[in-house]
Design a protein around this ligand. Sequence first.
Ligand SMILES: Nc1ncnc2c1ncn2[C@@H]1O[C@H](COP(=O)(O)OP(=O)(O)O)[C@@H](O)[C@H]1O
Ligand SMILES: Cc1cn([C@H]2C[C@H](O)[C@@H](COP(=O)(O)O)O2)c(=O)[nH]c1=O
Ligand SMILES: [Zn+2]
Length: 189
Amino acid sequence: MEPVTHFYPLGAGWIEVIAGCMFSGKTEELIRRLKRAIIAKQKVKIFKPKIDTRYSETEIVSHNEQSLPSILIDKAEDILELAGDAQVIGIDEAQFFDLKLVDVCNKLADEGKRVIVAGLDQDYRGEPFEPIPQLLATAEFITKTLAICVVCGNIADRTQRKIVSHERVLVGASDSYEARCRKCHYIPD
Ligand SMILES: Nc1ncnc2c1ncn2[C@@H]1O[C@H](COP(=O)(O)OP(=O)(O)O)[C@@H](O)[C@H]1O
Ligand SMILES: Cc1cn([C@H]2C[C@H](O)[C@@H](COP(=O)(O)O)O2)c(=O)[nH]c1=O
Ligand SMILES: [Zn+2]
């Protein structure tokens, strides 16, 4: 559900975080909110980290093939230079940025912008995936998205890595990951 933001005075900024496991609909929900802002004729800019060229270099793309144009950036601070007069800032795959993203989002919100951030709250081991926990602590609005466990059909809030790798960051989709519930998820050796 979109946050009830109409109580906010005109020109006030805030942060919305959409967090959850892979395949839970984070990008879908981000796109839905951004499309509504575009319909409202607000100036929208969308960013994602350079590392995420999984489906496209020029768009944010959901697993069910919805997309919106986006700007590929190296580091969180780039958003401050590129935001310009945008009223709404969308950021996808936020788990790939470092903790500076928290300050960046707060600066943008302090300037009166609506900042909508989507990212993984847990890594493949089920550990908090920085900077999402820190963003959740500072955001005005939080949405936790859930997927369906591919093993038992329960609601899923964890991501199972299917291939052997001990790196925290490993870009991939259904080739290397699946959604699982707390009962069916395990920490790989
Ligand atoms: N196990 C699953 N549970 C729910 N949706 C899934 C699952 N596997 C694939 N999907 C698809 O993924 C879509 C969500 O994609 P997306 O918004 O990109 O998720 P996220 O950004 O959270 O990874 C769903 O609408 C559905 O079509
Ligand atoms: C669990 C986990 C995931 N990743 C990577 C895999 C994907 O490239 C993204 C998540 O994409 P989505 O839009 O949420 O489907 O993150 C990772 O690098 N490390 C992990 O532990
Ligand atoms: Zn399960």
